[in-house]
Design a protein around this ligand. Structure first.
Ligand code: AMP
Ligand code: MG
Length: 332
């Protein structure tokens, strides 16, 4: 069976066609770019998505070499995310599903990151670090749900990097530019390192790094910002590995593209005897394939679908409230 997946939680409007074996037949995206120095504006991003949606949808079918009639189900990202953006994806999905009489499957976006990562890497029962614009969470699967073993108490690591970068005059998203500059430095300057229990807090670090950048070399601050925030993540991941006893660890989300972060996590995994997996960079950020694949898993396991009139979105839909029936406990 083929699934058309629609993603629109934040900056990306994406459509993809995936088959029941996990083959990604197409993955088309159009990304909203905020004006220089500015963050994502939900209304502007949703306008972008409305303008981009028909072409992205058309391209996703064309590059998959299928017609809409060949599609078995339609999945859409129902949250968490920015309300105006989510609603565009939901409307596109319900229009297609309603008109062509296809089952419509709402998908939790965070679950999409994890399930696509697991399918692409082959990880079976990993401790997951989900690090993106919208998430900083350490999760492990237990008793039918992804349980949280650590998370941010304030802003996400993606927001830390993007807000710092914008204050330094970089265009958003800023993670890639910060990584490039950090590679040019090895000069560490002390910044607030805040781990509480197994949770992290980045807001004090953001304020301190932003202040420092007005006085010091910006490459040194980028380096120090990465070293501090990534060490906080590596410490909490390592403690969660030790606590849960998981023998696999997987990083997903846009920040997974960062080599320094993956290096630190690999070292933590080696100390805990866990195998490290990173979602391929191309699919680490937001995309329609993660939604299509998760909709296929959900529909295959439960047959659950919603009437188009119930194709709702939930801006703050937490992953640890979602029952996941297709994952089976992995024998030790
Ligand atoms: P997502 O919300 O999953 O699409 O991820 C977007 C986030 O990933 C943004 O905050 C980006 O700044 C961040 N990001 C992208 N590339 C990198 C990188 N090379 N290093 C660190 N962060 C990155
Ligand atoms: Mg995301």
């Amino acid at each position: 069976m083929l699934c058309l997946g629609v993603e629109s939680t934040a900056h990306t409007f994406g459509c993809a066609v995936v088959d029941g074996d996990g083959k990604i037949l197409s993955d088309e995206r159009d990304v909203y770019r905020a004006p220089e120095g500015k963050g994502i504006h939900p209304r502007e991003a949703s306008r972008h998505h409305m303008d981009a949606s028909s072409e992205v949808l058309r391209q996703s079918l064309e590059s998959a070499g299928v017609s809409i009639k060949d599609v078995g189900i339609v999945g859409y990202s129902a949250g968490p995310g920015l309300g105006p953006c989510l609603r565009v994806g939901a409307v596109v999905a319900r229009t297609v599903a309603g008109y062509y009489k296809k089952p419509l499957v709402p998908v939790n976006h965070a679950l999409g990151h994890i399930e696509l990562g697991a399918m692409l890497t082959g990880a079976r029962d990993p401790l997951v670090l989900l690090v993106s614009g919208g998430h900083t969470m350490i999760l492990a699967f237990s008793a039918s749900r992804w349980r949280v073993f650590g998370e941010t108490l304030d802003i996400t690591v993606g927001q830390l990097l993007d807000q710092f970068g914008r204050s330094a005059g970089f265009a958003s998203p800023c993670g890639g530019r910060i990584e490039e500059l950090a590679k040019k430095s090895g000069n560490y300057m002390q910044l607030p390192y805040v781990v509480k229990g197994n949770d992290v807090s980045f807001s004090g670090l953001l304020t301190a790094a932003t202040r420092l950048a007005s006085k010091q070399d910006v490459a040194d601050v980028c380096y120090s910002l990465q070293e501090t925030s990534f060490a906080m993540l590596a410490e909490t991941v390592e403690r969660a590995l030790s606590f849960t006893g998981k023998k696999e660890m997987m990083i997903v989300g846009g920040v997974a593209a960062n080599q320094r972060l993956t290096e630190m996590l690999e070292a933590a995994c080696a100390r805990q005897n866990a195998k490290f997996y990173a979602c391929p960079v191309k699919f680490a950020g937001d995309n329609g394939a993660q939604i299509a694949w998760t909709a296929l898993l959900e529909y295959g396991a439960t047959g659950k679908k919603v009437p188009v009139s119930d194709a709702l979105v939930t801006q703050s839909w937490r992953l640890d409230t979602v029952d996941v029936s297709w994952r089976r406990p992995v024998p030790a």
